[in-house]
Design a protein around this ligand. Structure first.
Ligand code: 13P
Length: 335
């Protein structure tokens, strides 16, 4: 394992003022998003939309890395430059989603286990050769009546650690993403409890399997009440509870935490990150973003109705807002 390379790249991804653009929606998800704004989905439609985002002027000031889906990894910019090559040329690290999706967990109705370990070593090796320097694997944990089961937590924690170990062996920084979903009517305390459990089991599995923590990143949810809960908590409470939960369960040797947005509004995702960085200017790890929807929703809407430049401006604005949130310098007036 090249620990020096992994540590260097992990640190670079969370360098000050920068974060990740998650543009690794699977073909099905991206097609739904495009069709949602009235655009027929095709490989070319997906390429054109994403290539335009990546070509945003001065993108690198707020974006250190982009997570790609396999299809995009093999596509080109408008001028024919391979996308991973183009990103590296503008100082943006190409990353790759390597899981093959969350599938039904046998014996546990309504729960999921993320697949993709078979052949992962070979795929990581190919992606590294194509220019990828980090990877992502998303586990999905649902909260509900009697959910999650211990089986769901332990099987996903084990798979996340196996994924991380294989990535590191192949030179890719693993982004470990155990996502506790916002769906449901649970309160924030329940989200805290479940998030604490999946985080502690995931890091225990990583330790058992020899994952090099200074060469990895964590992509967690924030501590938030379920969408259907009538006791929503303040932005300050989200920030405080999230920081507490992470401090209790995440090793301090981890270089960075890159949150997912998970269905929060664009402004909530920015505000929550901003408050955390304001509350604790020296947390054990860098606190950054790896947003999908919260970085792209506005740009996608404008892509359907405006010019390519206007879509880039919408993306650039959200990227800038989140960049400021890295140091607690965002404020509502800038919106
Ligand atoms: P969202 O920010 O839209 O949740 O996407 C992040 C991501 O990569 C989920 O796996």
């Amino acid at each position: 394992m090249d620990t020096a390379l992994l540590e260097m790249n992990a640190k670079k991804i969370v360098s000050p003022g920068r974060g990740i653009l998650a543009a690794d929606e699977s073909t099905g998800t991206m097609s739904n998003r495009l069709e949602g704004v009235g655009i027929e989905s095709s490989a070319e439609a997906r390429r054109a939309y994403r290539a335009n985002l990546f070509a945003t002027p001065n993108c690198k000031s707020a974006i250190s890395g982009v997570i790609l889906f396999d299809e995009t990894m093999r596509q080109t910019m408008d001028d024919g430059t391979p996308i991973p090559e183009y990103l590296a040329s503008v100082d943006i690290m190409p990353g790759i989603k390597v899981d093959t999706g969350a599938k039904q967990l046998a014996n546990f109705t309504g729960e999921k286990i993320t697949e993709g370990l078979d052949g992962l070593r070979e795929r990581c090796s190919e992606y590294f050769a194509m220019g990828a320097r980090f990877a992502k694997w998303r586990a999905v944990i649902a909260i509900g009546d009697g959910l999650p089961s211990n089986a769901c937590i332990s099987t996903n924690a084990h798979a996340l650690a196996r994924y991380a170990a294989i990535c590191q062996e192949q030179g890719l920084v693993p982004i470990i993403e155990p996502e506790v979903l916002m769906d449901g009517s649970h309160d924030a305390a329940r989200c805290y409890e479940v998030t604490a459990q999946i985080l502690s089991e995931t890091f225990a599995a990583c330790e058992k399997q020899g994952v090099h923590i200074p060469g990895a990143l964590l992509k967690p949810n924030m501590i938030i009440a379920g969408k259907g809960c009538d006791q929503q908590i303040s932005r300050e409470d989200v920030a405080r509870m999230t920081l507490d939960c992470l401090k209790e369960n995440v090793p301090s040797e981890l270089p960075g935490i890159v949150f997912l947005s998970g269905g929060q509004s664009d402004e909530d995702a920015t505000a929550h990150l901003n408050i955390m960085n304001e509350m604790d200017p020296n947390p054990p790890w860098q606190l950054s973003y790896s947003y999908g929807r919260a970085l792209q929703a506005a740009a996608l809407k404008v892509w359907a109705s405006g010019t390519p430049e206007e879509s880039q401006e919408a993306f650039s604005h959200r990227a800038k807002m989140n960049s400021l949130a890295r140091s607690g310098d965002w404020s509502i007036t800038l919106e």
